[in-house]
Design a protein around this ligand. Sequence first.
Ligand code: HPA
Ligand code: ZN
Length: 334
Amino acid sequence: MPLPKAELHLHVEGTLEPELAFELAARNGVTLPYADTEELRAAYRFKDLQSFLNLYYELMTVLRTEQDFADLADAYLARAAAQGVRHAEIFFDPQAHIARGLSLGTVVEGLWRALGGSERNHGVSTRLIMCFLRDESADSALETLQAATPYLDRITGIGLDSAEVGHPPAKFREVYRAAAELGLRRVAHAGEEGPPAYITEALDLLGVERVDHGLRCLEDPALVERLVRERIPLTLCPLSNVRLRAVETLADHPLPAMLDAGLLCTVNSDDPAYFGGYVGDNFRAVRETLGLGEDRLRELARNSFLASFLEDDEERRARCLAEVDAYVFADAVS
Ligand code: HPA
Ligand SMILES: [Zn+2]
């Protein structure tokens, strides 16, 4: 049995496995510029965030109908459940789909077909977090929030993703303020490729409650001290960091030092179909390569539930934390 955990940094479009991409392409009459899944996988040689994003946006063109989004999310939930995920807070990128002519309703209703039955079918509770593309305009983000009005009962929070450098959090001050007024929870990617100042901006100007990645906080000791003091969770994604060259090798990943510094770290998969593994694979990798002991792994699992937006279901959070506390580690499981 794998260690029970919550996944808090997961782009649903990043769970599109090559096999499903080809299946959906055939179903929807979309031609992919790759002969087969092998040729497609061979294209997964990223040199930075942008080279990954180019492929990520290209492949998601196979997603056309509500059922496509339902199949995508359901495949993720099944895989996540098998790796011990008991709760998942799932990002999606509405603007990337609206730009292709889809309606926000197709995306949200499609995802909901899978998420609505997830606790029953997979034992995984879910929340949906709508991300704005930071390389699009602030007006486009505001329009997207407006378009989401009919679906706010299904959306727990907002996030900020895509190309980071040159698109500081300050650009999205207004839409975050509007989202807060609507009672939405707030997170943002910051400090993945961008400087530590973006993390500070996300906290001060956007009011984020959790920082996605946040890796580069280590360059600013005063910021680290603040993150520790304010108990701001960081959603780290070790295998993603290796693939997108935020760290040179997994052995160089600062996760152990971040835990030693008292940061509230969590481990997540980001875009598992692209980065070589789901969240359990990330746990296994940090266990094996970084030598994290049982206490640290249990701490990471506890942190994932503590950092989750389960305030509306404290009973479930307490149950999941109790499962973590009672977990007995065995070899080769994560
Ligand atoms: O890892 C990521 N970083 C930024 N934007 C993204 N959109 C999908 N995945 C990512
Ligand atoms: Zn991400």
